[in-house]
Design a protein around this ligand. Structure first.
Ligand SMILES: Nc1ncnc2c1ncn2[C@@H]1O[C@H](COP(=O)(O)OP(=O)(O)OP(=O)(O)O)[C@@H](O)[C@H]1O
Ligand SMILES: [Mg+2]
Length: 421
């Protein structure tokens, strides 16, 4: 089995083939936690359950630890425990592991805050296993259930406002990340803090819109909110990691792994064309001594086309999930990343397996029209009613200037009572 590439891993595949499942399992393998086990308020990131309980379910994986040590593990699903059990002892430290789920939930495992030496074989219940937030908690914060006086995370709205008031290094980093992740035509620039209602004492961050008017972050569009949340979480995770590392008198982790499901979620095509390059730039700019590995799931041919100039086969890999029609098993295979040129070519490639890129009706009618043309070319008789019906169908699916009309009229010009063009 091939290994993941050290820098960028792109994962494609049809709906329901298991892309999100793969990321959930990857997060588990790296952290030994399932996102939903840490935060039951999540609707995604559930523990993997074996389909057939009569067969043994095993997860084997190899992790390159922070200290460059490579370790192989195997966990087995225990039917009585209803849990995955593996060898006792601390797993190798993979560095910071961030996981942005498709529904806006977020999971973080921080070696400076979520790793501790085990006493015997039991987990310390009072320790924080990982930071896992649903979409609402990303924005509004989350209280520590074990000690309700403390917040696990203040959330985007309050953290952003206090960083902005401090106007120090953290806010500068947030501004920089937002700038890099923005499309050129719509730079996400923080505006003044705003109160929104008389009975709400929250100071809301704002973004200066294209019309120069500040819009509160809670009223921003879905695409903007997705990027604001990703930017905030990255800055928050990194800052908190740095602070915790200082308290441990250790340098920040030399390794970070960032999993993002549906990286193009909510983004307009112009943004889809920039997001991966921008993400690479942002993560590479975080800390010179920290190597970042990305696992990105995408449904977007624009994303695949946008990566072409940046794809380096030494550091990057494209993985495709496909259903093998013979075995009925889903297979994950590394694909040869070729420069196909544009999104249409990517749609037709193994990444998306599309025969055409227009409407299905157009595709079907063109297939029928080509069949009739070939019939005529072979000198066979063509039924005039069939011809009439097809011409009407073509009128419904083709624009009046579609080049296919030239070909059609060349063969059937007499139908219009005219001459061949
Ligand atoms: N925790 C789980 N335990 C067992 N099986 C699961 C689990 N999560 C997902 N699956 C199985 O994996 C299949 C694929 O689900 P998944 O959400 O990963 O698809 P996907 O490739 O991300 O699809 P989409 O593109 O629609 O997001 C599901 O239909 C289900 O059979
Ligand atoms: Mg999915």
């Amino acid at each position: 089995m091939d290994s993941l590439a050290p820098r960028l891993n792109l994962i494609t595949g049809d709906n329901s083939l298991g892309k999100s499942f793969l990321l959930d399992v990857a997060w588990y393998c790296l952290t030994r936690r399932w996102p939903q086990e840490v935060n039951p308020g999540l609707t995604s990131g559930a523990m993997a359950l074996p389909r057939d309980r009569k067969q043994e379910a095993v997860l084997t994986f190899t992790v390159d630890g922070e200290q460059q040590q490579e370790r192989e593990y195997a966990c087995r699903f225990d039917l009585e425990e209803e849990d995955w059990v593996g060898p006792v002892g601390r797993p190798v430290n993979p560095g910071l592991v961030l996981y942005a789920m498709a529904d806006g939930s977020f999971a973080l495992w921080d070696p400076a805050r979520n790793a501790w030496k085990r006493k015997g074989n039991s987990d310390a219940p009072e320790k924080i296993k990982a930071y896992v937030f649903n979409n609402q908690q990303v924005w509004r914060g989350k209280i520590n259930a074990a000690d309700e006086r403390n917040w696990l995370c203040n959330g985007l709205i309050r953290d952003w406002a206090s960083w902005q008031r401090e106007n120090g290094e953290v806010f500068a980093q947030l501004e920089q990340v937002l700038k890099v992740l923005s499309p050129e035509s719509n730079i996400l620039k923080p505006g003044p803090l705003r109160r929104l209602r008389r009975d709400d004492a929250t100071d809301y961050p704002t973004i200066i819109g294209a019309d120069e008017i500040p819009v509160s972050v809670i009223h921003s569009s879905s695409g903007v909110r997705r990027i604001l949340a990703l930017s905030y979480l990255l800055v928050w995770a990194w800052q908190e990691h740095q602070r915790a590392s200082e308290l441990l008198a250790k340098p920040p982790s030399p390794q970070m792994i960032f999993l993002i499901d549906e990286v193009e979620a909510h983004l307009h095509p112009s943004w889809q064309r920039r997001v991966v390059k921008a993400l690479l730039q942002v993560v590479e700019g975080l800390h010179a001594q920290t190597a970042v590995q990305l696992l990105l799931v995408t449904h977007s041919p624009l994303v695949m086309a946008s990566v072409e100039p940046h794809f380096d086969p030494e550091q990057d890999r494209w993985w495709d999930l496909d259903l093998n029609p013979e075995t009925r098993q889903v297979e994950l295979t590394p694909q040869n990343f070729a420069r196909l040129g544009d999104a249409n070519s990517w749609l037709r490639s193994e990444a998306f397996d599309q025969h055409g890129t227009g409407s299905l009706e157009r595709e079907k009618t063109l297939r029928e029209a080509l069949r009739i043309i070939h019939q005529r070319e072979r000198g066979e008789a063509v039924d005039s009613q069939e011809l009439q019906r097809l011409e009407q169908e073509l009128q419904k699916v083709l624009g009046s200037t579609d080049p296919f009309w030239n070909r059609w009229r060349w063969h059937f010009a007499e139908r219009q009572g005219g001459r061949r063009p």
